[in-house]
Design a protein around this ligand. Sequence first.
Ligand SMILES: Nc1ncnc2c1ncn2[C@@H]1O[C@H](COP(=O)(O)OP(=O)(O)O)[C@@H](O)[C@H]1O
Ligand SMILES: [Mg+2]
Length: 310
Amino acid sequence: MRETQGKTVQVSPLGDDLAFLDIVTEWDYGSAYHDWKASIVVPPTFLPGALPRVIAISNQKGGAGKTTTALELAMALVARGLRVRIIDADPQEASLSVWLQFFYPEGVPADERKHLTHLYFDQSVTLQEITYATPYEGLYFVPSFPDLEDVETKHPTGTETALQYHLSKPDDDIDVTIIDCGPGLGPLTVSALVAAHDVIIPVQAASGLDARGAAALNRTITSVQGRLNTELRVAAVVLTDFEKSGLARQIGGKLAKAYPNAVILPARTSVRIGEAQLARKPLRVFAAGVTTVLDYDRGASVLFVTGARA
Ligand SMILES: Nc1ncnc2c1ncn2[C@@H]1O[C@H](COP(=O)(O)OP(=O)(O)O)[C@@H](O)[C@H]1O
Ligand SMILES: [Mg+2]
């Protein structure tokens, strides 16, 4: 792993006296609308995942909240003392690099700056080599580059199993690897699903299109489960940009039915997300007590053994 900066910021745990959502065992379909409130659904069949763990964050729809989920979940885990690596597997956006104020170590010439594309095309590159420190203690980052698209078009030998190959020999003390997938269900996303133990699906809580995207993703997940990764499971559906509405309730209910063994996690809406992006900071660092941060924090504790159902 490579250091990019000397000093790192420690991320603090949150207090317990904040407006966390209740944790319940099933989606509330029946109560009157004015009694209904957002809650985190943890089905009795759900078991939190053991460490080390690989999580793919996926939905073929852009703007579903994948990158936000990847980052804020990672920050919540880092605050619990875990060592977390985020892999940026989206060739189209540099949003994660911006949020993490990522830059290459000083003195490395441009043509030697290694990133995820090299892992697919060059058999001699290791995951450790392209894993960089970030400004946050315990958080590591594998950057992307626009030429990552070549993986989709040129499809180098072993594309689908490349990430799995590297992630199945955890020799760098990373507890959780979170793969932020791009939109689309091509070879890159398939390679993330093959490498992952869990998939987390973010869906805009009030977007019917996102919910349809989640259905298409389900077909891809099923085909990966069939041959390439029989152990893969959908661990959670995150209802992003969540606000109480009849539509959000209906979409959440549909997804809870479609994924009966998954945690359903509302991530409440906040204008501070955009402000945090402008300030180039994860939301958890920019505005720790914001409801969205609380939701990812509770989500992190139900999804992993560490601190699970505390
Ligand atoms: N809980 C939330 N509340 C308000 N806005 C959100 C929330 N989650 C995500 N967003 C916004 O939605 C947009 C898309 O999110 P992003 O994570 O980039 O999606 P994706 O990675 O799926 O394309 C961003 O502008 C982000 O700020
Ligand atoms: Mg994204």
